[in-house]
Ligand binder design. Structure first.
Ligand code: LMR
Length: 394
């Protein structure tokens, strides 16, 4: 039977990272996958994570399954991290399902949305993370796109977005990036979130927020100001959150699907659908990352250490953006100041596919074909090399 299969094209992100790993060029530079790298080119383990992990290993007496919904300390910690204590309250109106990474959270959220609204169209930004459509589409949801990034102004095409979203109906789902838009780095202002809230109330659509970068843009609270505004105004919001980046737990696959509902009865029904979906897809969530995250979030000393380290990372990424923007503007006749105005790891450099591919072939500089770069992989050693290479094709 398997001879029926033909080889699929490589993943547009992971395929390029693999190609970079396989490239024998000693001077290659990998700006593909969204992973934070420190000045030494290492994706570091947070000090608080190391301590929580050591304590867990010392105390561990069993590898029995976690409860199907996940670890209580983790779920409580994530409800309050995302929604804040005021909105989260005693947590009873929020259904939380611990998931294998942010992808698992998107999948569980999609399954629940498909059960609640089988004919839903999911509205995704143009462009969006390339996994959104295949991932959510595997549940059977349909898609439409809304304008989001304007390559000419290097910013959010907000009037186009509003025009397109006028087509979103009651029962539809609008997928927003909570912060640090992937792939563009261009985020909505709080006023723009408020306009979307007005539209959701008037048109009756539901909002799903993909929150993969909380704390990597402007700060832990700043990065969720928009989604909190939606939750408080709409009374209903779904969030797929990931701890890959902000707790550096990438390989531990630590995420959570959060359903901010109108009351505890709705929460109970939502929970049953979330757990049913989890059982169908993977049964029980992986434990390690969530136990670590739960301990960091709930232990004051570890939490303070984590927040301080995350804030340093955030400030360093902001500095890298300013440096890249200044150096590229100085070396070329283009204005790259937009890079310093964006948030998080990603930016489009505005190169053509041919230019991006040429840099890969001729200089060993790996970025996505769309010219999305991971700014968080730059450092003092590779910054000027990247700037020279990009300037050479402009
Ligand atoms: C990215 O966009 O590079 C990250 O979200 C990693 C991934 O899984 O694609």
């Amino acid at each position: 039977m398997l001879e029926q299969l033909s080889v699929l094209p490589p993943d547009p992100i992971l395929g390029l990272a693999a190609a970079c790993r396989a490239d024998p060029n000693p001077d290659k530079i990998d700006l593909t996958v969204g992973v934070y790298m420190d000045e030494d080119g290492i994706c570091p383990v947070f000090e608080a994570v190391k301590k929580a992990q050591a304590a867990l290993v010392a105390e561990e007496v069993t590898k029995a399954y976690l409860p199907a919904a996940g670890d209580e300390a983790y779920l409580t910690g994530m409800k309050s991290l995302v929604f804040g204590d005021d909105l989260a309250g005693d947590g009873s109106r929020i259904t939380a399902v611990q998931t294998p990474g942010g992808c698992g959270a998107l999948r569980i959220a999609s399954e629940v949305l498909a059960a609640a609204s089988p004919d839903a169209t999911v509205w995704v930004s143009n462009p969006t993370w390339p996994v959104h459509i295949p991932l959510m589409g595997s549940v059977g949801l349909k898609f439409a796109t809304y304008s989001y990034y304007d390559p000419a102004s290097h910013g959010v095409a907000f009037s186009g977005m509003v025009d397109d979203l006028k087509g979103a109906k009651a029962g539809d789902v609008v997928l927003l990036h909570g912060c640090c838009h992937n792939p563009s780095g261009a985020d909505l202002t709080l006023e723009q979130w408020s306009v979307i809230a007005d539209m959701a109330i008037a048109q009756g659509f539901t909002v799903l927020v993909d929150l993969a970068y909380q704390g990597m843009g402007q700060g832990l609270a700043e990065d969720v100001a928009g989604l909190r505004l939606l939750a408080s105004r709409l009374g209903e919001l779904i969030v797929a959150a990931s701890c890959s980046k902000n707790l550096g737990l990438y390989r531990e696959r630590t995420g959570v699907a959060l359903f901010y509902g109108k009351d505890t009865q709705i929460a109970a029904a939502t929970q049953s659908h979330g757990l049913g979906a989890a059982r169908r897809v993977y049964s029980m969530p992986p434990a390690h990352g969530a136990l670590v995250a739960g301990r960091v979030l709930s232990t004051p000393e570890l939490r303070a250490s984590w927040e301080a380290e995350l804030s340093q990372i955030c400030r360093r990424m902001i500095l890298l953006r300013t440096q890249l923007s200044d150096k590229l503007s100085a070396k070329t006749d283009r204005d790259f100041s937009f890079i310093a105005k964006e948030n998080g790891m990603f930016s489009f450099l505005g190169l053509s596919v041919e230019q991006a591919q040429g840099l890969r072939k001729d200089r060993g500089l790996y970025m996505l074909d769309s010219s999305r770069v991971n700014v968080a992989a730059l450092n003092d050693r590779n910054m000027d090399i990247v700037v020279d290479a990009v300037a050479s094709v402009l």
